[in-house]
Every structure is written in structure tokens, then in C-alpha cells.
Design a binder for this molecule. Sequence first.
Ligand SMILES: [Zn+2]
Length: 413
Amino acid sequence: MWKILILVSIAAVSAEPRAFHGEKVFRVFPQDSSHVEVIKSLAENAKLDFWSPDSPDLVQAGKTADFRAESHVSLDVQALLEQSEIPYEIIIDNLQEALEKQRDSNIRAVHSYEKYNDLDTINAWSANIAAQNPGLVSRSQLGTSYEGRPLYLLKVGKSGTNKRAIFIDCGFHAREWVSPAFCQWFVKEAVNSYGVDSQFTNLLNNLDFYVLPVLNVDGYVYTWTTSRMWRKTRSVNKNTSCIGTDPNRNFNAGWCTVGASNRACDDTYCGATPESERETKALADFIRANVGRIKAYLTVHSYSQMLLFPYSYSYSLARDHTELNNVAKGAVSALTALYGTKYTYGPGGTTIYLAAGGSDDWAYDAGVKYSFTFELRDTGRYGFALPESQIKPTCEETLLAVKYIANHVMNNS
Ligand SMILES: [Zn+2]
């Protein structure tokens, strides 16, 4: 009896997600290389969690950087920034409060397009929307995650032979919750628009959309059950207790040469080998098997309001640079037209920083010409704690950009 009680209480304790009371998110504006060095050493000593850029190694003079500091080091971090005369602001004063406010939807339904849905809810939704729309949506399994979860893939489009396709994935990085919300939104809009909206109907008649609502399913579950700020996969690494690989550093595109870490404890760990992760391998295998048909690859992340295209592993321009730049420009202007949300766009390397092993570069080099990375809202006011009330406008504006790209692909590929 006592044993049972003890087991139950342990389970109850471990089921409680980690809290972020008193943790702050700082935005720093390093002016020169000495500021950059101070931030890098601070990152090491105070175990800062970098939100943007993805790692302290990528901090540059003249560019802002956002990071989370745990409560016990927050005051020291602030004091050191003052002492070193590094301009900064505190963008989130109490992360726990921001995370509680993030769930600001009053919708009671289990699944909603305007709420953050957990993985079980997303999986039930995808089964249901396929069952309800047999002529338009079908569900298959792309693969299985490290922890054994199915990776469900939706195919959205009117049946036809030799159709060209666009691949869209969400949920690479576990804590970027608005990303899976967009993939769900996209499928809903496709279903509701077919036969009603002539432009979307035309797209669905001519193209298939493969939609992967959550790639990093293990990480996503972990952000719900254990730690909201988790980013990587959940695979076990050799010779260390540090868990996980950055799935967007794990592709065979300049793998681990720049902007990625070979240390398993880092958030941008590139993995033991390219495609070491079951999730990235499943995605790459699918694209390789269908590369003649897949004309566009869109991968959805957050945050920073950017639309990026190859290359990120080098500064050299893509063979199709001019066209990709024009498509990005058109997509961004369609997006901005709705709510005035400002986006920047361009090749990843020059627009943000060099980062090797990304899925967009890999897909492009594999032969998928229209390869883009979205970084959705916002620019750091909420960061990964984007309130649910922003899901709808974020998805509405993003859909306009995706439709712009899809139209270009339909007419030019
Ligand atoms: Zn990301």
C-alpha cells in the first residue's frame, strides 16, 4: 500500500512541468567585438538560453540578441551588462507569467485552430479531418520518432495523376508552438476553400500539398509535459547525459561546418552524423523518393518575421537566387498587406547568419527549387510565448504568403 502511494506521488510530481518563475528574457545590443565576447562568456557562465540567434556563437556586433536567464542569475547578468556598458532591455520580466498569459483563449473545445493543441489532440484532429474529407485529405505515416511516436503526414489535394507537390512542415523546434498551429490552419483553409474560393480550388486541383503538422513530436510532447523551453529532439547521445539534436542542423548540407555545434549539450548540436535523427531521416527519405514531383519545400519556424531561402551554409548565392528573391519579395508583400506585419527576406546566410545543416538548404541541393524557411511572429515581444490570440492573425497572413508561393510554383514549375 505504501509503495503504491509513493509511486503515485512520484508520478504526480514528475508530471508537473518545470516553472519559469522570475526568469527574464533580455535583449542586448552589442556594439563591438568586446561586447560580443562579454555576452559569449556570460552565456557560458550563466548558462543562458539563446532565443535569437539560436546560439551564443552566432552573436554579432551590431545585431540584437535575445536570451533567457534563470532567476538566480538574472541580477548578476543585468549587473554585468550595466558594468560592460552593453545596451539592453528586458523584454520579458517574468517568463512564467508570460507563459500563463500565452493561453489567453477562452475556447473550451478540445481542438481549436485558435489554441495551442497538444500532440494527442493534433493526431486526433488529423485522423478526423482526413476521415471527414476523403476526396481531398488523406493521412499516412511518414515514419516513427526516436521515442516511437508516429509521424503523421497529410496529403491535401484533389486526386489526379502525376500531380506536382508542395511539402510543408511544422514543428521542427519543439518550443515554437505557433508553427504546428499554422500547419493545422493551412489544412482547415484548404478544406473550407475547396469549391468556394476559386484561387485555392485551382491550387488544390493542380497541386498536392503534403503537410507534416509536427516533425519533432518527442520534443513537442516534452514542451507540454516537462519543459516548455525545449528545442531539440529527445534522442539519447553517446558518452553524455545531454539529450537531443537540433533537427535543423542535422541535414546533409554543409553539415556541422558553420553555425552549428558538435557538442551534444548545445541547443544547436548537429548530431552524430547527418540524418542521425529518425525524424529528419524520415523527412529526407520521403523527399528523396518524391523529388521529381516535389517542386517546393516550405518549413515553418518562429520567431523573427523572416522569409529565408538558400543558402544558409555559405554566403554563395543560389543558382536561382534572382527568382527566389522575387518570389520571397512577392510573398512578403502579400503577407504584409493584411495586417502590416513587417518581414525581412533574403538568403539565410546574409539575412541572419550562417547556419549549416538546415532542411531548406538540403532540399534545395536535392533538387527542390522553391525552398523557403518561414520565421513567424513575433520579433521578440513575446518570442516563444506568443499568445494564442495571435494565432489567427499570424496564420491568416502567413497563408497569403504560402498561397503566393504556391501560385508561382503552379505557373512556373
Ligand atoms: Zn526553429
